[in-house]
Design a protein around this ligand. Structure first.
Ligand code: SF4
Length: 371
């Protein structure tokens, strides 16, 4: 297939749904789609409605903005209080709530916080403003870490000293292990994140699949990609296999992107522990700048307070991120917590499961019922 509408062909989708129904007959499987991009596609294209009752999709922690604890957001915003600083971040971060407001609200109160499309935009700002300090709020899985690393290497190469990075890059495999280690874990199989695998390769899931005896299929993001991935998982479950398959081979190389992986190795090292919202402290789950590039590390440059913020007592973001609750089962969903007045990042991130459910399911149901 070549064109996007072929991946959305209603006839092929119906046929694939029929095959899923045949394979899942009389069974009940809980399948986690790890990536927030998959969650949005599932809701946007109404794929859940096409599945038989025996297939339950569980939304995973693959939204980097959602899993960032509020204390890290506030640490970043502490930097922005320095009048010399221009804090830059991706658009996804702008509405993420910290304890005393989001970056957008802090900007409205006078902090110089600017949205950028890439870390290179932040570096450009540093070049244009030699009398200011430009800090990039870096966030994302292995997918976006190479761009941050490359920008830091460029800053070094161009001898730009008024640029630094507040590094919040995280790794997906340790988070998957943390989920699989939970005592109440009842997942049968995983739709593996496609974006991360473009950098790290599909092979990074092999050990997890073997250790926990769970099938993995790395999937694309179009409706037929996801439905076909479910068929592949069901076939593995039926035959008792637990291997990694690559449904997204048109984009994902099995071995990953060697050049991108080299930039990560050049600039970063693993943190021994990093806190994830809902999952707690996970060993080796995040990157920080290594010794060689320590002078570009905003955490050492700004002596951050290392804030730990207690979340709203009724917010159930952690349970939703672990897959123990569906977004609409959170006590605050659609009441205190909405996209206009978010309590948790899951309600505002473009990959957040609460935002997906609110925009594609809740709003339509509310329109039909006249609420
Ligand atoms: S509805 Fe709001 S508070 Fe509840 S889980 Fe979603 S983002 Fe968190």
């Amino acid at each position: 297939m070549k064109y996007v509408d072929e991946f959305r062909d209603p006839l092929l989708l119906t046929k694939t749904a029929q095959e899923i129904a045949r394979l899942a007959e009389d069974k009940h499987y809980r399948i986690m789609e790890v990536c927030g991009g998959h969650t949005h596609a599932i809701y946007r294209f109404g794929l859940e409605q096409m599945l038989p009752p025996g297939i339950e999709l569980i939304h995973g922690p693959g939204c980097p903005v959602c899993v960032l604890p509020m204390g890290r957001v506030d640490d970043g915003l502490t930097i922005a209080q320095d009048p010399k600083v221009i804090l830059t971040c991706y658009g996804d971060m702008m509405r993420v709530p910290g304890e005393h407001g989001s970056p957008l609200e802090m900007k409205a109160r006078g902090a110089d916080i600017r949205m950028v499309y890439s870390p290179l935009d932040a570096l450009k700002l540093a070049k244009q403003n030699p009398d200011r300090e430009v800090v990039f709020f870096a966030i994302g899985f292995e997918t976006t870490a190479p761009a941050t690393a490359l920008t830091i290497m460029q800053a070094r190469g161009l001898d730009i000293k008024n640029f630094s990075v507040f590094c919040n890059h995280i790794r997906i495999v340790p988070a998957l292990r943390a989920i699989l280690d939970q005592p109440d874990m009842t997942l049968d199989a995983f739709i593996g994140p496609g974006h991360v695998a473009t950098v790290s390769g599909a092979k990074i899931y092999v050990e997890v699949a073997e250790d926990y005896k769970k099938p993995f299929v790395v999937s694309g993001f179009e409706p037929l990609d996801i439905m076909q991935s479910i068929v592949m998982l069901l076939k593995q479950l039926e035959s008792g296999q637990s291997i990694v398959e690559n449904q997204y081979s048109r984009v994902v190389p099995w071995e990953g992107n060697a050049a991108a992986l080299r930039t990560i190795d050049e600039v970063f090292e693993l943190r021994s522990l990093f806190e994830w919202r809902g999952l707690g402290n996970i060993p080796d789950s995040a990157y920080k700048l290594n010794e060689r590039y320590a002078d570009y590390d905003a955490e050492t440059r700004y002596n951050l307070p290392g804030l730990h913020v207690v979340e709203h007592e009724d917010a159930q973001c952690g349970e939703v991120l672990k897959g123990s609750l569906k977004p609409h089962q959170c006590k605050l969903f659609g009441k205190e917590c909405t996209p206009e007045r978010p309590i948790g990042a899951l309600m505002v991130s473009s990959e957040g499961s609460c935002a997906a459910y609110f925009n594609y399911v809740h709003s339509k149901q509310a329109a039909v019922s006249g609420a």
